[in-house]
Write a protein that binds this ligand. Structure first.
Ligand code: AQP
Length: 338
């Protein structure tokens, strides 16, 4: 166990691999904003190096990176309170990533379920980067000595790997250098599911646009997607247990609870007994009232890409004040001549 005292520090990132979804917002960004107001230093990142593990059109990658930064800021992340960066502007991420490629074991990486999900049947044709991605993710976190990482449920296994890599590095080199980072997976919507299939995660890269709510969707699109969301024919239950075998109903209730900052119990107290024909318009109104101000602000910020670039450049230089000494010390520990 770690005896070194680490500064309470939060790091988390999102891939600019498409537009932001309601899943990213409820599973990650909403918590990012809360932690910025707590007793932590906070660093939030557009992980562009991760995005290219699958093909990205260069012009789309540039636009998506700026749009993601706009989404962070519009959701309440303040560049005055948090360090906002894109990963490729802070080279220590990739440099520590290489060291961790040499610490992580093939057997560990082969157990990563996200690689299996993303590579699918075509694993032989997947990029080496997609396979190695979790070691770079460990470096993203540990190059800041981050103590806490807010994420959605799907990232839990990668955070366990991050701890394994930190522990093996510390053990192999006989140091107490990298912290055992804590995952922060909290709230009613740590795993928002597809609106078309309650067994699949809502995802930016799902080919069906109807499966997700994009942060840039207008009120009509949001209402239509919720109206068409797959459900079952029964009324909503009054108790949480009644959602156990009903993934689509559970998903919509979880979204309602997370958007309104209420517990699922509390929501079911109010809506238990309602048919979806009554509940879905309530959910649509709630989603529009929460998301419309964010998408309006995103559009305003996107009118001035130079300002976004300036914020990211300033964030990179603040970040490097933390990452450069940590990488330098890592190289010394490993025995690199500097
Ligand atoms: N459906 C979700 N529910 C809750 N949290 C989610 N997150 C993603 N989807 C959901 C959380 O958002 C953060 C950033 O994720 P990411 O963009 O780095 O990668 P991802 O998990 O692979 O997200 P996507 O939307 O599915 O992207 P693509 O389609 O490009 O792979 C993480 O904290 C994640 O848990």
């Amino acid at each position: 166990m770690s005896e070194q005292k680490f500064t309470p520090r939060v790091f988390s990132g999102i891939q600019p691999s498409g537009g932001l979804t309601l899943g990213n917002y409820l599973g990650a960004i909403k918590r990012f904003v809360q932690m910025q107001e707590e007793d932590f230093e906070t660093i939030y990142c557009m992980v562009d190096l991760h995005a290219i593990t699958v093909w990205q059109d260069p012009a789309d990658l540039t636009r998506n990176t700026r749009e993601l930064a706009a989404g962070f800021i519009a959701s309440g992340i303040s560049p005055e309170k948090s360090i906002l960066i894109n990963q490729s502007q802070v080279p220590e991420h990739a440099q520590l990533g290489w060291i961790f490629n040499c610490v992580a074991r093939m057997g560990w990486m082969k157990r990563m379920t996200q690689f299996k999900d993303k590579a699918g049947k075509n694993a032989e044709n997947a990029s080496l980067g997609l396979f190695g991605y979790p070691a770079l993710m460990a470096a993203d976190i540990l190059v800041y000595h981050a103590t806490h990482v807010p994420v959605g449920e799907d990232q839990k296994q990668h955070l366990e790997l991050t701890r394994d890599i930190a522990a093996k590095f510390n053990h192999d080199y006989g140091v107490d250098f990298f912290p055992m980072t804590e995952p922060v997976i909290e709230g009613a919507a740590t795993r928002v599911m597809s609106l078309r299939d309650g067994s699949k995660k809502m995802s930016k890269s799902d080919p069906s646009d109807a499966s997700r709510i994009n942060m840039t969707d207008d009120a009509d699109a949001i209402a239509k997607k919720i109206r068409k969301a797959k459900t079952d024919p029964d009324a909503l239950p009054s108790e949480v247990e009644g959602l156990a075998e009903r993934p689509e109903a559970r998903n919509l209730v979880n979204i309602f609870a997370a958007l309104s900052d209420r517990t699922v119990e509390d929501v079911l107290n109010e809506v238990g007994g309602q048919q979806f024909g009554t509940f879905k318009p309530l959910l649509a109104d709630l989603a529009v009232s929460k998301l419309a101000p964010i998408s309006t602000e995103m559009a305003r910020l996107m009118d001035d890409p130079a300002e976004i670039d300036r914020i990211l450049a300033k964030g990179a230089s603040q970040a490097r004040e933390i990452t450069a000494p940590i990488l330098k010390r890592t190289y010394e520990i490993v025995g690199m001549v500097g």
